[in-house]
Ligand binder design. Structure first.
Ligand code: C5P
Length: 205
């Protein structure tokens, strides 16, 4: 079984994908980490993320980098959304995502274009969403817990800018696949969101 989970930043898609992976005993790939690894490499080499050639040159990162907590920072996330708009970057990361999806026994992937580009034949596609304000509140609480003080307005502005870039780009924009089930987590606890996601997968598979 292949499960595709897509959605914007801080929608809950990562949490839901991890819970589904445990529930169904499936290997899970957070595809955002691949774009974040490209971004971290661009930053380390002091390259220009807006230049496609610079971003493509950063696609040969070491897999060990994927475990680095630094990848999860907002600084890297912002640059990830810039490098991920380049078609050649998406092309460079395509095969490894497809290979992961097609491994025997199935897989679960989360990202922005899993149901539309990476695994259009997935058995179950979920599109996870939540209002920008709620996503900003979640991200703000996470940052606060990590000891970082950023205003909620700044977090909301960053989320809106990332949504805008991810959904307006020409290459694989963030959009729900026509056959995806949409799950709005705005007013759900993590537990209820996970239960709803499992119900949806059961209905779709
Ligand atoms: O999901 P995450 O916030 O880690 O993703 C970081 C950035 O990587 C996103 O803002 C998006 O621009 C890009 N991305 C993408 N396609 C994916 C996963 C992530 O374009 N499948």
């Amino acid at each position: 079984m292949i499960i595709a989970v897509d959605g914007p930043a801080a929608s809950g898609k990562g949490t839901i994908a991890r819970a589904l992976a445990r529930h169904y005993h499936l290997p899970h790939l957070d595809t955002g980490l691949l774009y974040r690894a490209v971004a971290a490499t661009v930053l380390r080499e002091e390259l220009d993320p807006e230049r496609e050639a610079d971003a493509v040159a950063s696609c040969g990162f070491d897999d060990l980098l994927l475990a680095d907590e630094y990848l999860r920072t907002d600084e890297v996330g912002k640059v990830a959304s810039i490098v991920s708009a380049h078609p050649l970057v998406r092309a460079a990361l395509l095969q490894r995502q497809k290979r992961f999806a097609l491994q025997p026994g199935g897989a679960i992937l989360d990202g922005r274009d899993i149901g539309t580009v990476i695994a259009p034949d997935a058995d179950a596609k979920l599109f996870i969403k939540a209002t920008p304000t709620i996503r900003a509140q979640r991200r703000h609480a996470e940052l606060k817990k990590a000891g970082l003080s950023v205003s909620i307005d700044k977090v909301l502005a960053d989320i809106r800018a990332r949504d805008e870039r991810d959904s307006k780009r020409a290459a694989a924009p963030l959009v729900a696949a026509p056959d995806a089930a949409v799950l709005d987590t705005s007013f759900l606890s993590i537990d209820s969101a996970v239960q709803k996601a499992i119900q949806l997968v059961e209905r779709l598979r």
